[in-house]
Design a protein around this ligand. Structure first.
Ligand code: TEU
Ligand code: CA
Length: 538
């Protein structure tokens, strides 16, 4: 069955860094509303809104203390209702971030649960006795160190797979699950268009068996959630699932639709990480492997599931810095990445700033680093005797702050993000890389995204066409999409050097989009320019 997100593109807003409306240096809901016309111009069909709920902001809102309240820094519930209505008027749906693997330690449930073993919310969280006066077991937190935190009030430990201020909810408790479903229905009834489900593949965990992702109860819980909340509604659900394989992704997103609409898988964005080590230990990207992974997901989910397509988000380095060239070929390689991704089957996601080719922002010192994940890694590294320079290099390469710098809207003070002091300084390149400059330049990255979004709306071949990888040298990614008698060809040179393309002879019927002015008359034995990319009808 065709769903609205099949031919639409979703745009991720990280509220803290999008647009500040009152000069406190923090982005807010009014700010988002003021930019809806811009997003409408881009052509998107939905906004994935990173958390705006009440939160002490230990992890920028991924630590929620009230699921039915709005963080005062961002606005009020009335502002939120207005955002939903104003977006709706522009045919844009709001997709809320749903963080239900854990809450904040300031959530009323946890504040009560930590007091006593008899608290009626005790079992909403995961408590264990120590082993011989030590932690219960070796489970590690994603943000460094043990996943167990001792609580003096009762002499037990609680589980936190992220920061110690983010205690994990106990999904084995049916009352807890029902409270979550009631909260979800509160938002669904308010008229939102979907949920992006934070680390949803962890909810079936079995901590005593050291099982975190893909636990035995994961799919039963999701089926139960689906029935209790969005089932039968025109509602997008996208799971964040670091542990998904294509097989697992099919069970989440198969067309019978009793779990989720789609999931985010991370295989293609973690290829630069050395297997078995943390994300900070990297190796050069292998382009042959990259296209093999992309092709595998395209082929395996065809008619059996639905892909999410993305290069970056608020947890990852910026796309053009990670996969393209953020210097000489910034604009061309950013367009190349857009074309490579938006030609494929699935729902594309754009992370704020990606549409203007925004780059990473290197730092020199840990004092410039905000993110808890990077700060904890640095502290742990120093304790282990690692050199600051080595740790800072890793941070510049992979830290989440790269994505979280405020959006430069113009070349004016603070890039037009705020009249006050931004909570995190802007990328110093804002005088040249900014939204106003992109809108003025008909050759900017923005208009490539705008055109790709429009092509998807207008052409069913981009939505339903079968994907086929073509044989080329490793540095070239070439594939076709075929629907009935329509066939489109996507060709991408991943690299910053010229490459020979040698495809079998085929007639070029129409050039749909390209990122360099390169007249194309044949595809046999031609030279692709650095980062050249195009889509043509054949
Ligand atoms: O991310 C899940 C997650 O595992 C990340 O912490 C990831 O390992 C890391 O950031 C990779 O760089 C989600 C949210 O997207 C993230 O922002 C939250 O910090 C995390 O969950 C906890 O809620
Ligand atoms: Ca503000």
């Amino acid at each position: 069955m065709a769903q609205w997100w099949h031919n639409k593109v979703i745009y991720q807003v990280y509220p803290k860094s999008f647009q500040d409306s009152n000069g406190d240096g923090i982005g807010d809901i009014h700010g988002i509303i003021s930019k809806l016309d811009y997003l409408e111009k881009l052509g998107i069909g939905g906004i994935w809104l990173s958390p705006v709920y009440t939160s002490p902001q230990v992890d920028n809102g991924y630590d929620i203390s009230d699921y039915q309240g709005i963080n005062p820094d961002y606005g009020t519930m009335d502002d939120m209702k207005r955002l939903i209505a104003e977006a709706d008027r522009r045919n844009i749906k709001i997709i809320m971030d749903l963080v239900v693997n854990h809450t904040s330690d300031q959530h009323a449930w946890f504040v009560n649960a930590i007091q006593s073993k008899d608290s009626k919310f005790r079992d909403f969280y995961i408590w264990r006795d120590g082993q011989n006066g030590n932690i219960p077991n070796d489970l590690q937190s994603t943000f460094s160190g043990s996943a167990w935190q001792f609580s003096a009030q009762t002499g037990q430990y609680f589980l936190h797979l992220f920061a110690k201020e983010q205690p994990d909810l106990n999904w084995q408790n049916k009352k807890m699950r029902n409270s979550i479903y009631a909260m979800m229905n509160f938002w669904i009834d308010m008229g939102i268009g979907g949920f992006r489900m934070d680390v949803i593949d962890l909810i079936g965990k079995e901590p005593d068996q050291i099982i975190t992702s893909n636990g035995p109860q994961l799919h039963p819980y999701l089926e139960e959630m689906n029935k209790a909340t969005f089932s039968g509604k025109d509602f997008l659900s996208v799971g964040e699932t670091w542990g998904a394989t294509p097989e697992i992704a099919k069970s989440y997103s198969n067309p019978s639709g009793n779990e989720l609409s789609m999931v985010f898988q991370f295989e293609h964005v973690t290829l630069d990480e050395i297997p078995g080590q943390s994300k900070w230990h990297t190796r050069p990207l292998d382009y042959a492997k990259l296209k093999q992974v992309l092709a595998k997901w395209q082929t395996q989910l065809y008619q059996n599931g639905w892909n999410s397509l993305f290069w970056n988000n608020h947890d990852l380095p910026r796309a053009v810095s990670q996969f393209g060239n953020d210097q000489e070929y910034r604009v061309r390689s950013a367009k190349m990445l857009a074309i490579a991704l938006h030609g494929m089957q699935g729902t594309p996601y754009i992370f704020q700033g990606e549409e203007i080719g925004l780059t990473n922002t290197p730092v020199n010192d840990i004092s410039e680093v905000n993110d808890i994940e990077a700060r904890n890694m640095y502290a742990a590294g120093i304790l282990q005797g690692k050199k600051p320079a080595e740790l800072i290099a890793a941070i510049n390469h992979k830290s989440r702050d790269n994505a979280r710098r405020p959006i430069p809207w113009s070349n004016t003070q603070n890039g037009g993000f705020s009249t006050g002091k931004p909570w995190l300084p802007l990328n110093p390149q804002f005088p040249t890389i900014n939204v106003a400059a992109a809108l003025e330049d008909p050759d900017s990255v923005f208009y490539t995204y705008q055109k790709l979004i429009e092509l998807r709306k207008q052409n069913p071949v981009l939505v339903d066409g079968k994907f086929e990888l073509l044989a080329t040298s490793d540095d070239i990614f070439a594939y076709t999409r075929t629907l009935d008698s329509t066939k489109w060809l996507v060709v991408v040179n991943w690299t910053g050097t010229e490459k020979q393309l040698n495809l079998p002879n085929m007639a070029i019927k129409q050039v749909l989009i390209q990122n360099v002015a390169h007249p194309l008359t044949t595809l046999t034995n031609i030279t692709l320019l650095p980062y050249e990319a195009f889509i043509i009808k054949i």
